[in-house]
Ligand binder design. Structure first.
Ligand code: PMT
Length: 416
C-alpha cells in the first residue's frame, strides 16, 4: 500500500534517533509520513530534522496550527499511527486518555490501527504501573510491541531496548497490509451487536510445586479465533485467557488466569449478564492434592513420591446447573479421542448428555489433531446429543460456523 498516510509519534527517549531511520525507511517506500514529536522528543532530535525528512511542518501542541484543528485532521486521514519510541510516560498518558499535547490528542482521534514500540529502562518496563498500562492499551486493540533485550542507555542491559528500525518498519507494514486486507474483505454481518459473550481459551496449569505443573496441549487458538470472530460480528467480548500461546485479538477485554480455580472464578464473574458463555478452554479435570511451596527434590536412589490427584470442579456443568444468569446460552467443547469403547462422536454424545450445555462442539484431539496451528472440524450437538450443525476448515472458519449457530439460537439482532 504505497502512499499510505502514516502518523509517526515520537516520545522523549534516547531511542528517538531510531525513529529518524524509521521515518526514512517509510518515506523510501513512498508513504506520506507526518511526524508528531512530544516536547521531550525534541530534546533528543530537533524539529528541523523531522521537517526536512518528512517534508511536513512539525508541531507538538494543539495550539500550533490551531486553525487546521491538526489532531482531528491527522486522526481522520491516518491509515496507521506508529509511536516509536513510546516512553513509560507516553504509555501512561495514552492508557488514561490524556490529551495534553498533539500526539496524545491525535491518539484519541484516530480510528486506524495503532502500533506502539516501547523503550525504557528495564525497571520502568517491568514496573506494575507500566505493565498495567500496556495491558490496558492491548485490551483496547493497540498493538504494543515487546521491547528488545540488550544494551540500554548506560551500562545497564535487559528488556527495554527499542527494536531496530527495520523491525519497526516490518511491524508497521504488516499492520498496514492487514488493515488493507480487512478493508478489502467483505465485513461479516454485525449479527452479534449488543450481545455480551464470554469465551474461555487456552489450557489450565495445575501447580505441582513452584516450578512444575500439570498442563495440556491447548494453544488457545480456537478460543481466540472465536473471540476475534465474535468481536468482528459486533459482540462485546470478554476473553478468559489461560496460558495462551498466541496473542489475544484486538478489541476484546482479557482476563488472564493460570489454574482451573482461577478460570472458574473469572468465568463465573464475567458470565453475570452475559448472553453467551463459550468454554473453549482445555480445563484440567484433576489437580495435585497438594502443591508444596518448595521444589520437589530428586533424592538419589529413592523413587519419586506418587502424585495424588483430586478432582477439579466441572465449570461447564456448573454453569448449566447453576447459571449466574438464567438466560445465558452455555456452549461447550468436547475434546475427544476414539477408543475401543466408542467413536469420537459417541463419546461426544455421552458428554453432551452428561454436561447439558445448549451446544457442545465435538472435536477430535491428539498430538497433531485439534490442538495448535492446524485445521479443525467440529460436530455440534444439543443437550440430547443430537447433531445440530457442523463446521470445518481453519480455526477462524470453525469460529464463524459456531457463531452462526449461536446467533441463530439467540435470534433477532442485538441484546436488550
Ligand atoms: O487451544 P487450541 O490449541 O486451539 O485447541 C483447541 C481445543 C482442542 C482445546 C478446543 O477446540 C477444545 O476442544 N476445547 C475443550 C477442551 C476440553 O477441556 O475438553 P473436555 O472434553 O475435557 O471438556 C468438555 C468441556 O467441559 C469443555 O468445554 C471444557 O472447557 C469444560 N470443562 C472441562 C473440565 C472441567 N473441569 N471443567 C470444564 O468446564
Amino acid at each position: 500500500m504505497p502512499g499510505a498516510h502514516i502518523v509517526l509519534g515520537v516520545s522523549g527517549g534516547i531511542a528517538a534517533y531510531k525513529a529518524v531511520l524509521l521515518l526514512r525507511l517509510l518515506r523510501e517506500r513512498g508513504h506520506d509520513v507526518r511526524v508528531v514529536p512530544t516536547a521531550g522528543a525534541l530534546e533528543f532530535v530537533g524539529k528541523a530534522t523531522w521537517e526536512a525528512l518528512s517534508g511536513h511542518p512539525v508541531h507538538t501542541s494543539v495550539f500550533e496550527g490551531a486553525a487546521e484543528v491538526e489532531h482531528v485532521m491527522l486522526g481522520r486521514s491516518a491509515d496507521l499511527l506508529v509511536v516509536a519510541p513510546a516512553t513509560a510516560d507516553l504509555l501512561s498518558r495514552a492508557a488514561t486518555g490524556r490529551a495534553d499535547d498533539l500526539l496524545t490528542a491525535t491518539l484519541l482521534t484516530v480510528t486506524c490501527p495503532v502500533l506502539m514500540a516501547p523503550a525504557m529502562h528495564t525497571e520502568m518496563w517491568q514496573h506494575p504501573a507500566t505493565v498495567a498500562n500496556v495491558a490496558t492499551l492491548r485490551a483496547r486493540g493497540v498493538h504494543v510491541m515487546d521491547p528488545d533485550s540488550g544494551r540500554l542507555t548506560g551500562q545497564d542491559s535487559g528488556p527495554g531496548r527499542l527494536p531496530e528500525p527495520e523491525a519497526l518498519e516490518a511491524a508497521a507494514l504488516a499492520l498496514l497490509a492487514r488493515a488493507e486486507g480487512v478493508a478489502a474483505e467483505p465485513k461479516p454481518a454485525p449479527d452479534l451487536a449488543g450481545r455480551r459473550i464470554v469465551i474461555s481459551a487456552g489450557g489450565t496449569r495445575e501447580p505441582l510445586d513452584p516450578v512444575r505443573f500439570l498442563g495440556n496441549r491447548s494453544s488457545g487458538r480456537q478460543g481466540v479465533a472465536i473471540a476475534a470472530a465474535a468481536a468482528q460480528r459486533g459482540a462485546d467480548v470478554e476473553l478468559v485467557a489461560a496460558n495462551l500461546a498466541v496473542p489475544a485479538p484486538p478489541g476484546v477485554r482479557v482476563t488472564g488466569v493460570e489454574t482451573t480455580a482461577q478460570l472458574r472464578d473469572a468465568v463465573r464473574r464475567a458470565a453475570r449478564g452475559a448472553d453467551v458463555v463459550v468454554m473453549a478452554a482445555a480445563v484440567a479435570d484433576f489437580r495435585p492434592a497438594t502443591a508444596p511451596g518448595v521444589k520437589i527434590k530428586k533424592v538419589a536412589g529413592r523413587p519419586p513420591a506418587p502424585i495424588e490427584l483430586v478432582e477439579n470442579p466441572d465449570i461447564l456443568a456448573e454453569l448449566v446447573a447453576d447459571p449466574p444468569d438464567a438466560r445465558t446460552l452455555v456452549v461447550g467443547f468436547a475434546a475427544e479421542t476414539g477408543d475401543e469403547t466408542g467413536s469420537v462422536l459417541e463419546h461426544g454424545r455421552a458428554k453432551a448428555r452428561r454436561k447439558g450445555a445448549s451446544l457442545l462442539a465435538v472435536n477430535e484431539v491428539g498430538p497433531a489433531v485439534g490442538f495448535g496451528d492446524v485445521a479443525n472440524q467440529v460436530t455440534v450437538l444439543d443437550a440430547n446429543g443430537e447433531i445440530v450443525g457442523e463446521a470445518s476448515g481453519t480455526k477462524d472458519d470453525v469460529a464463524h460456523g459456531l457463531l452462526d449457530l449461536i446467533a441463530s439460537r439467540l435470534g433477532g439482532v442485538g441484546g436488550a
